[in-house]
Design a protein around this ligand. Structure first.
Ligand SMILES: C[S@@+](CC[C@H](N)C(=O)[O-])C[C@H]1O[C@@H](n2cnc3c(N)ncnc32)[C@H](O)[C@@H]1O
Length: 240
C-alpha cells in the first residue's frame, strides 16, 4: 500500500504548474502501479543516471525525488516495511515531444535543475546521454515499428555497463484490456498535445522477441489487475 502522504509529497510541486498538472500527478502516482513497483522492487539503484524517454510532465523524477525526501523525513513512521530505501538519482534526463508537458516538468522540478533536466525533443532523433537506467513508460507505441527498433538500439548503446532498461508497454494480445489502453492513450495524447498519431502496438511475445534480437535479456512483470491488466514491465539488460 502506497502511503498517501508520499503521493501528496511527490505531487505537491505540480501546484506551481497549475491545477491540471497537480491533479493529474496525484491521480497517476496513486493509480498507476508502475510507480509503486519501481520503489517496492528497488528497480532503480542508488546514484543512477536516469534517461527517461517520453518523460511527460516529469512524474518519474518527481516520484523518485519526493520518495527520497519523504523517506529521509518519515521513514521511521510509515515507509512500507517490505520496500527498500528509495534511491537518490545522480541525474535525470527527460525527453518529451510535448512542449506543455516539458514546461510543467521544468516548473515542478525547478529546484532540482542541477541534476534534473527536461529536453523538448523527439526520442527518434534526440541524442541519448550515457545512462545506468533507461525508462520508457508508455511511449514506444507512439512511434512506428522501425523507430521502436532504432530507439531500442540507441538505448542499448547508451546503457553503461550493468545498466538496465525499464520498458513499460501494453500487450496487444491482451484482448479488450489492450483496446482500452489504446483508447486511453489516444485520448490522453489528444488532450495533452492536440495530436492523434496512430499507435504501433506489439504483443508481449513480440516485444520479447525484439529485445532478444537486439541482444537484451529481458524479464517480464505483469502490472496488476483491472485497468492495468494489459500492461507489462519488461526489465531488460544488455546481454554479453
Ligand atoms: C502516455 S505518456 C507517458 C508519460 C510518462 N512516461 C509517464 O509515465 O508519466 C506518453 C508521452 O510520450 C510522449 N511522446 C510521444 N511520442 C514521442 C516522441 N516521438 N518523442 C518524445 N516523446 C514522445 C508524449 O508527449 C507523452 O508525454
Amino acid at each position: 500500500m502506497v502511503p498517501n502522504a508520499l503521493i501528496e509529497t511527490a505531487s505537491r510541486p505540480y501546484r506551481a504548474a497549475g491545477r491540471f498538472a497537480w491533479h493529474f500527478a496525484s491521480a497517476k502516482l496513486r493509480h498507476d502501479p508502475f510507480f509503486a513497483y519501481i520503489l517496492a522492487h528497488g528497480a532503480i539503484p542508488d546514484g543512477a543516471r536516469i534517461l527517461d524517454l517520453g518523460s511527460g510532465q516529469g512524474l518519474l523524477a518527481a516520484w523518485l525525488i519526493g520518495a527520497h525526501a519523504w523517506h529521509r523525513d518519515n521513514a521511521h513512521l510509515a515507509w512500507p516495511a517490505r520496500w527498500p530505501a528509495p534511491p537518490a538519482p545522480r541525474s535525470i534526463h527527460g525527453i518529451d515531444l510535448t512542449p506543455r508537458d516539458v514546461d510543467r516538468a521544468r516548473i515542478a522540478l525547478r529546484e532540482h535543475a542541477a541534476r534534473v533536466r527536461f529536453v523538448c525533443d523527439d526520442i527518434r532523433v534526440a541524442p541519448f546521454p550515457q545512462a545506468d537506467v533507461v525508462v520508457a513508460c508508455d511511449v514506444l507505441h507512439y512511434v512506428d515499428a522501425n523507430a521502436q527498433e532504432a530507439v531500442l538500439r540507441r538505448v542499448r548503446a547508451s546503457l553503461a555497463s550493468g545498466g538496465v532498461l525499464l520498458l513499460r508497454v501494453s500487450d496487444a494480445d491482451a484482448g479488450w484490456r489492450a483496446s482500452v489502453d489504446r483508447a486511453v492513450d489516444i485520448g490522453m495524447q489528444f488532450a495533452r498535445s492536440g495530436r492523434t498519431d496512430g499507435l504501433t502496438v506489439r504483443s508481449e511475445a513480440q516485444w520479447l522477441a525484439l529485445l532478444r534480437d537486439l541482444r537484451f535479456t529481458a524479464k517480464i512483470h505483469p502490472m496488476g489487475n483491472g485497468t492495468h491488466a494489459a500492461n507489462r514491465l519488461l526489465i531488460a539488460r544488455p546481454a554479453d
